[in-house]
Structures are given as structure tokens and as C-alpha cells.
Design a protein around this ligand. Structure first.
Ligand SMILES: Cc1ncc(CN)c(N)n1
Length: 238
């Protein structure tokens, strides 16, 4: 899979339409600090533990998508994407184990407003709309992270040696993650052709851009936790 595939078809046009919002998401300060290995630990931990909760709800959203599809190949494609979401969880658990956090510590943590906003928005689109609406809400998550992962892995400025976040970067540029992305993109384009995607462009762009903004807010939630923790450390050392 190469970065050029993100420009094609309806997905590419929605990504283009999201404009500055897309740029803010894929090149967020959180991502830049992750690539440089300079992201504060507290920022990453907050992000990753919330992301575990996020993924559980996204798995539910993919299950909802399966129930909205009509043919076996479509259901298989959505199930591949559901499995790709669930396959991200071991990465989170490995990081958390290093910090002394168990799975029950993570699931007993309260959901941040940013996690609630994003996941329930997507589930609401899924419940009130059809499979194409739901896919438009899901695409920034699945394909955006592939773009970020591949972009970082192909950028010589990305620090991989002694970067505590190298495993994260590797995970989202990895072939097995990208296979799930490919399944989602192909399904999205097929469903768009069947269900009048072009004539629904404005409504789909609205959904896609909203999900993109919620992705940026999710990075910012992590970054804010890092800033708060740094402020506390410097206040205590005064
Ligand atoms: C918030 C968010 N967005 C996307 C992904 C990649 N599935 C994720 N793990 N977390």
C-alpha cells in the first residue's frame, strides 16, 4: 500500500474536502512529538489508555456496520475491519503492562469527554443513518492512522532508535494494519457506488469532517494531559 491510494475515489475527495481539518489531524503536534520521541510520557499514557476505550466502542460500531450490510462479501469485509480494530488492543496492553497497568485498570478508568464525543458521535451516525453514513464516520479513524503510520515510517526525520513510541509508529505502518484499511476503503467505495455516494457528497463530507475534527480533539486530550503534568512538576520543584 502506498500513500497515493489515499487520493483516489470518493474517500480521496472527502479527505480533500476536509482541507485544513485533515491537515490538523494528520500533522497534529502530538504526532510530531511522537515521531521525534519527545512527547511527554503522561500525554502518551493518557492518549493510549483512552484509546483502548475508544477501540472497544469502535469495535461495536463495526459490528453495527455488519448488521447494516446485505451481502456476505460485504459482511466479511466489515468483519476484517472489526478484527483489525481488535488487533490493535495488544499494542495498548503491552505499553500499559510496562507502566504497571492491567486491562481492568484501563477499562475501569472514566471515559474522557473527547472519547465519549467521538465514539458516541460515530455510533449515533450508525444508528440514525445507513451503512454509507456510518462508513463516512469510520474512515478518518481507519485510513487516517494508516496515512500517519506510513507517512512517519517513510519520513527520514522520524526517530525510530530509542524512541519509546517506535512500536506505535511501526504498528500503524505495518502490513497487517494496512490490510484492514484496504478492506475498509474497498468496502466504502463499493457501498458508495451502490447507495448514491456522489449525490450524497455534501452530507457525507459533513460527517467525514466532523469525525476528522474529533480525531484532532482526541490527540489534543493526550497533549493536554502532558502539559498539565509538566506544569505540576515545575510547580512542585519551585
Ligand atoms: C482515536 C483513534 N483513531 C484511530 C485509530 C486507529 N484505528 C485509533 N486507534 N484511535
Amino acid at each position: 500500500m502506498s500513500l497515493s491510494m489515499f487520493n483516489d475515489c470518493l474517500y480521496g475527495r472527502l479527505r480533500q474536502q476536509a482541507g485544513q481539518h485533515w491537515h490538523d489531524y494528520v500533522s497534529h503536534t502530538f504526532v510530531q512529538q511522537l515521531a521525534a520521541g519527545t512527547l511527554p510520557h503522561a500525554a502518551f499514557q493518557r492518549y493510549l489508555t483512552q484509546d483502548y476505550l475508544f477501540l472497544l466502542h469502535f469495535a461495536r460500531a463495526y459490528a453495527l456496520l455488519v448488521s447494516k450490510l446485505h451481502t456476505l462479501p460485504e459482511m466479511r469485509a466489515a468483519t476484517t475491519s472489526l478484527n483489525a480494530i481488535v488487533s490493535e488492543l495488544p499494542l495498548h496492553l503491552t505499553y500499559c503492562a510496562q507502566w504497571g497497568l492491567s486491562e481492568s485498570d484501563i477499562v475501569n478508568d472514566a471515559e474522557a469527554p473527547e472519547t465519549l464525543n467521538y465514539t458516541r458521535y460515530v455510533l449515533d451516525i450508525g444508528h440514525s443513518g445507513d451503512a454509507l453514513d456510518l462508513l463516512a464516520a469510520l474512515m478518518p479513524c481507519v485510513a487516517g492512522y494508516a496515512e500517519i503510520g506510513l507517512g512517519l515510517l517513510n519520513n527520514p526525520a522520524t526517530v525510530m532508535r530509542n524512541n519509546p513510541y517506535a512500536a506505535w509508529i511501526q504498528n500503524y505502518g505495518d502490513e497487517s494494519y494496512l490490510a484492514g484499511v484496504q478492506a475498509s476503503l474497498t468496502l466504502f467505495e463499493n457501498i458508495a457506488r451502490q447507495r448514491g455516494g456522489e449525490s450524497r457528497f455534501d452530507a457525507l463530507a459533513n460527517i467525514f469532517t466532523t469525525a476528522t475534527r474529533l480525531e484532532s480533539a482526541f490527540w489534543q486530550m493526550g497533549l493536554n494531559a502532558g502539559n498539565t503534568s509538566n506544569a505540576l512538576i515545575s510547580a512542585c520543584s519551585r
